[in-house]
Design a protein around this ligand. Structure first.
Ligand code: HEC
Length: 246
């Protein structure tokens, strides 16, 4: 029988090192969760983080444009009436024609918006004084760009692989049924791979947002279990002493 190392074989210094590492990783993970919360929370207009927010982050709100969102939100009060809003919204939906802009849209913007939205106002807001400037605010929101997803993917994969590897190395010193251990060390890796893959799928198919959430949650849960079980077994758990065969 080969002898595999267990926590009972580890020196106190090794256990202190492992403990400090696991606590630091655990804290880092909590900050990562907080970061996820603050960067996606409220995208759908509701407080708190939901699957809808995740969908908007990756897929975007295809019918929604910065101009349309502003007119439905904080800027609504700057219009004289709802008809004006409808004129601008219809113009966006019909494809932002230039001639129609000059006739229908520009007069509304000139009388209601450019006092603030112009270079002269000095307020640093997007200018609404020309067709080109307004058009820039009418591109549909298609979520995170593939380029930004690629950037975040490679950072996540490299960083998280190290974290999961070292946490897993510590965790395999625990005592437990082999099958449980084999599954527990593999699950977080599979979860992060599925999570990252599903970012790209969600960009194309918004219904996939729930996979992002489930896979992310599964990674978090399995990492937490590995950290807590390792800390428990390292310091508190007394392995059963094998009866010596006579
Ligand atoms: C009294 C000054 C003022 C007027 C008038 C005004 N805005 Fe604004 N607008 C702001 C400020 C300040 C912001 C940035 C803060 C915010 O988003 O609430 C803003 C933000 C916006 C944005 C969002 C820009 C972005 O970065 O996505 C759009 C679009 C916009 N306004 C359009 C309009 C339109 C259209 C009108 C006319 C119907 C208008 N605004 C009238 C002050 C004004």
């Amino acid at each position: 029988m080969p002898h595999y190392r267990r926590f009972s074989d580890a020196s106190v210094s090794e256990k202190i090192l492992d403990t400090m590492f696991l606590i630091t990783i655990g804290l880092g993970y909590l900050f990562a969760l907080a970061h996820t919360f603050f960067s996606h929370e409220g995208r759908d207009g509701q407080p708190g983080l939901s699957v809808e927010d995740v969908k908007i982050a990756y897929y975007g709100e295809h019918q929604q444009t910065r101009l349309g969102a502003a007119l439905n939100g904080a800027m609504a009060g700057n219009l004289d009436n709802d008809e004006q809003k409808q004129v601008i919204v219809d113009w966006i939906e019909d494809g932002t024609d230039k001639a129609r802009f000059e006739v229908d849209v520009a007069p509304i913007l000139n009388s209601n918006c450019i006092a603030c939205h112009s270079a002269e106002s000095g307020m640093g807001l997007p200018a609404l004084t020309s067709y080109e400037e307004v058009k820039k605010l009418t591109h549909a929101d298609t979520g995170a760009s593939v380029q930004s997803l690629v950037r975040v993917s490679h950072i996540h994969l490299f960083g998280i692989a190290f974290i999961l590897f070292f946490v897993g190395r510590i965790f395999i010193l625990c005592e437990m049924p082999v099958l449980t251990k084999r599954i527990t060390v593999a699950v977080p890796f599979l979860a992060i791979l599925i999570d990252i893959l599903s970012w790209y799928i969600t960009k194309a198919i918004p219904g996939f947002a729930f996979v992002v959430v489930i896979a992310g949650g599964l990674m978090g849960i399995s990492l937490t279990i590995q950290i807590l079980v390792s800390l428990y077994q390292m310091w508190l758990y007394k392995p059963k002493v094998e009866p010596i065969e006579m």
